[in-house]
Design a protein around this ligand. Structure first.
Ligand code: WT7
Length: 646
């Protein structure tokens, strides 16, 4: 790719940065050659331990065993709060910006510490003990972060469920984790509209016997149903609780949280992260990747329902004593200037968002940006999916004024933190490339047979050769699936599920998933999950779901649906199926296209040929390839003839 423009690191950025090119090269080398020495040093520098560790890292990938800082003791909430009180107790910790542009609220480290301690005592009063699972089903309010930290303080394991998930999706996660408590808001507010979270929880809880109490945060004061003896107000719990709550001393390998994510089967995976390694990776990557300096205002626009919110709104920034902004609303309310108004209002220095948001705002035109003062910005970030060069250049020029580096960060729920990224002061940038490995990460590319593809340029399946501190330790309740899905395909290596290309300079370009997972607006979704939801509908006999290129969402959801005999294919039914999927999973899973398919292209052994469906969805009819091995090649002609207009 000789035509790729290289954006050199501006000298002002390199001079100011924690890590410049020379430091990156030397430290990266050291992190690979002396992994133990590198992470020992970082663990002492970044975290406070109540007892030092005995062994830095142990692993056996084929058995699915990974341990970091064995024998070490610490508490995450102490690291995120208590140890900052003396030096920055009165500094903002969380800056909360409401959906309503006129409302915001700041919590200093002292205030946040006090509220976390009180709520931790409140949870104890509800009977929560170390190791219990606590579900957090909340809007983007500070109480969501407070709840996470309160769990961490008493050793409870939180599972945050994105507030956009349906009652059914919530129920599946509560059942799988056997949660004892759920923390919920009466309603969430986004773009001026209320969503009935408590009512959703009530519905899910009809079939979740493990949940004994429901803590309700009053966000809107909207009317809700109340179950005496089970439901309790958050503010009542706080009122009766002391702000003295000694932290539970946790083992480095004790679980910190579970976060459900999509895999290539219908059942979501409970990704489990532990304490010491995760927090270290979060803190180190937050400081270096975003070049965070004391006093900076840092804003990650993710939702706490996703891993980005866990690592880069809550744990990484707070471990570093940062000022982290939490935004409740949406980028287009009251209008498409909202993000930029928030940057101006809070003088944001570091801004981290997703390509889908950038594309959506780019489409609204530059006028929404020009009216805002963005001169506080210093570093921009991107996460969730590959960023197309056009969106990258707009982000760089129009938002960053040409002076702010963009860190395109590649990682996953499973990895806990960023693994591939440029560093602002060290890496020359190429629009659309996540560039280089983070400290301690050794990537490889392999072919379908698992043989390493060496040299540059090269293309293949991305693998990781060594453990890193933030990696997940198991899938909750299903360790065999952990081994099978991530360590069995390429023995001795971790398989993330992505393909990648390494260019002639050795810089990486992620090419997308190589499994049946799609990425819609940065939200990860299993095609099998959407298919399972569709076939639950009585009119549907069979369904095949694929991702297709979508201008704003990155990938859209294209579904091929075979109806039961005698069911008429109407536009009303189409709408009904869209609503049905929204109800089963949530609005993020809304099919963009439903094509009626009298038959699906299958091999003689009955396997659906997704490759062919993908070509049909993209209207690449000339590239269908050999269809003669299909059980019934004529179904393809029908699908081509009846493509709906999009
Ligand atoms: C999948 C992980 C990491 C937090 C948000 C998503 C894709 C993520 C990038 C990027 C290209 C990316 C990958 C990955 N992805 N970041 N910068 N460039 N692709 O976490 O829901 O676990 O999804 O998102 O395909 O496997 P997730």
């Amino acid at each position: 790719m000789s035509d790729v423009h290289i954006h050199k690191v501006p000298k002002a950025v390199a001079d100011h940065a924690h890590i410049n090119k020379e430091v990156y090269e030397a430290e990266y080398q050291r992190s690979i050659e002396d992994t133990k020495g590198f992470w020992d040093e970082k663990a002492r520098e970044f975290l406070t331990w109540s007892k030092p560790w005995d062994v830095t890292v142990e692993h056996d990938f084929p058995k699915g065993e990974v341990k970091w800082f064995t024998g070490g003791k610490l508490n995450v909430s102490v690291n995120c709060l208590d140890r900052h009180l003396e030096t920055r107790g009165d500094q903002p910790a969380i800056i909360w910006e409401s959906d309503d542009p006129a409302v915001d609220k700041t919590y200093t480290y002292k205030e946040l510490h006090a509220e976390v301690c009180r709520f931790a005592n409140g949870l104890k009063a509800e009977g929560v003990k170390k190791g219990d699972r606590v579900c957090i089903y909340m809007p983007m309010v500070a109480e969501a972060a407070i709840a996470m930290l309160a769990c961490a303080r008493i050793g409870a394991v939180h599972l945050v469920v994105f507030g956009g998930f349906s009652p059914d999706a919530l129920k599946d996660r509560l059942l799988d984790s056997e949660a004892a408590v759920i923390i919920v808001a009466d309603e969430s507010v986004r773009g001026g509209k209320a969503v009935p979270l408590k009512a959703n929880a009530d519905q899910a809880l009809k079939s979740c016997p493990s949940v004994k109490s429901v803590v309700v945060v009053q966000r809107t004061g909207g009317s809700i149903d109340w179950t005496d003896g089970r439901d309790v107000w958050y503010h009542d719990l706080l009122e009766n609780a002391s702000d003295d709550c000694p932290a539970e001393e946790m083992d480095s390998e004790d679980p910190l949280f579970i976060l459900y994510t999509s895999g290539s089967t219908g059942k979501p995976k409970g990704v489990l992260h532990t304490t010491g390694g995760y927090l270290l990776h979060a803190a180190v990557s937050h400081k270096y990747v975003f070049d965070y300096h004391d006093g900076d205002v840092y804003w990650c626009t993710a939702d706490v329902g996703w891993v980005t919110g866990h690592t880069y709104i809550v744990y990484g920034p707070l471990a570093n004593g940062a000022q982290t902004l939490m935004f409740e609303g949406v980028p287009t309310y009251p209008d498409a200037s909202r993000f930029w108004k928030v940057v101006e209002k809070h003088k944001v220095n570091i801004f981290y968002t997703a390509p889908t948001a950038i594309r959506a705002l780019m489409a609204k035109g530059d006028d929404y940006v020009k009216t805002c003062d963005l001169s506080s910005l210093r570093v921009l970030g991107s996460v969730g999916e590959p960023i197309n060069p056009e969106a990258w250049e707009w982000y760089h020029k129009v938002i960053g004024g040409g002076r702010c580096p963009i860190v395109d960060t590649w990682w996953q729920t499973e990895t806990g933190g960023i693994l591939m990224t440029p560093l602002p002061g060290a890496t020359d940038l190429k629009a659309g490339s996540a560039m280089q490995p983070f400290f301690g990460i050794e990537f490889g590319l392999v072919d379908n047979e698992g043989n390493e593809v060496t040299g540059n340029p090269a293309e293949g399946i991305l693998v990781i050769k060594k453990p890193w501190p933030g990696m997940f330790r198991t899938l909750f309740g299903d360790h065999q699936r952990y081994i099978d899905a991530y360590f069995a395909n390429y023995p001795g290596m971790y398989f993330p599920g992505d393909g990648a290309r390494r260019d002639k300079d050795g810089d990486y370009w992620i090419t997308g998933r190589v499994d049946d997972v799609i990425n819609v607006s940065g939200h990860r979704m299993g095609t099998a999950e959407v298919e399972s939801a569709l076939v639950l509908h009585p009119a549907v006999a069979e369904a095949a779901v694929i991702g297709y290129p979508h201008d704003i969402k990155g990938q859209g959801i294209y579904t091929f649906v075979t109806l039961m005999d005698g069911v008429e294919a109407t536009d009303e039914l189409r709408q009904e199926l869209v609503n049905h999927v929204r109800k089963e999973i949530g609005p993020i899973a809304s099919p963009d296209v439903i094509q009626w398919a009298p038959g699906l292209p299958k091999t003689r052994s009955g396997k659906i040929m997704r490759r062919i469906l993908r070509k049909i969805s993209e209207n690449l009819i000339d590239e269908l390839g050999d269809t003669s091995t299909l059980a019934d090649p004529s179904v393809v002609d029908d699908l081509i003839a009846n493509r709906p207009s999009q």
